[in-house]
Ligand binder design. Structure first.
Ligand SMILES: *Cc1c(COP(=O)(O)O)cnc(C)c1O
Length: 237
């Protein structure tokens, strides 16, 4: 895609996020846009960052680290905050801990312990719990009824992890308003977990290209948008 087309798509998404935030009666700036650049080239990240975007999401550890290294080598994107939004295997924890501004996809005690072990002693790794909000057997994420136990584990056993909220992918894809009850469910779960783990849990990472307006209406503080900014993704090699 040309730089001009990409900037126009990016501006249109920003406008929709702003409009949805206002329509929900929420303050401007309450919703952070994470631009999901997985499978898109580093040049598209550089172009979007030059247009003012700060937060970028990647799904695959290897791809994310390579893209960053490429940008760094060219002196670009030094101020970008990288988000890990894909499933993380525990054996990759060493590459992830300390390397991302926020890991959205903590979904097991095993991964929590691995991230804890690999976070530099002087640092803190911010994390969200990925919730399998539809309790779908094939899907990643901690089941709703196990979320409290995992939250308490992180709080009590993982002093180098900072638990900041919840993330989900609803069972319906590209479904707009139909996704809303799932986003409401994540918000209610966050509200009940607050009491159980004694943390404010400010963040709800929910909403993608096909449903982010509905997510903002239900309280999303972070939306993860790929296709509407960067266009269709090339297939994963
Ligand atoms: C790819 C991806 C997105 C972006 O999806 P789009 O439909 O392209 O906006 C958001 N969140 C996660 C977890 C993803 O894997």
């Amino acid at each position: 895609m040309s730089g001009e087309a990409l900037r126009a798509r990016y501006a249109a998404v920003l406008e929709r996020v702003t409009a949805a935030t206002a329509a929900a009666g929420r303050a401007p700036g309450e919703v952070t846009l994470v631009a999901v650049s997985k499978l898109h080239p580093a040049a598209d990240v550089a172009e979007t960052a030059a247009a003012g975007q700060v937060d970028f999401g990647e799904n695959y550890v290897q791809e994310a680290l390579e893209k960053r290294a490429e940008l760094q080598a060219r002196g670009l994107c030094a101020n970008v905050r990288w988000h890990m939004i894909g499933h993380v295997q525990s054996r990759k924890a060493a590459q992830v801990a300390g390397a991302f501004a926020l890991v959205h996809t903590l979904d097991s005690v095993k991964l929590a312990d691995a991230l804890e072990r690999h976070t530099p002693a002087s640092g803190v790794q911010p994390v969200l719990l990925e919730i399998n909000v539809g309790d779908e057997p094939q899907k990643a994420g901690v089941p709703v009824d196990e979320a409290a136990a995992l939250a308490v584990h992180v709080v009590e056993r993982c002093p180098h992890l900072s638990l900041e909220g919840l993330m989900c992918l609803p069972p319906v894809f590209d479904a707009g308003e139909a996704a809303r009850p799932w986003f409401a469910r994540l918000r209610r779960l966050r509200d009940s977990l607050r009491a159980e783990c004694g943390l404010p849990l400010p963040h709800l990472s929910m909403g993608m290209s096909g449903d982010f307006e509905a997510a903002i209406a239900e309280g999303a503080t972070i939306v993860r948008i790929g296709t509407d900014i960067f266009g269709p993704r090339p297939p994963k090699k």
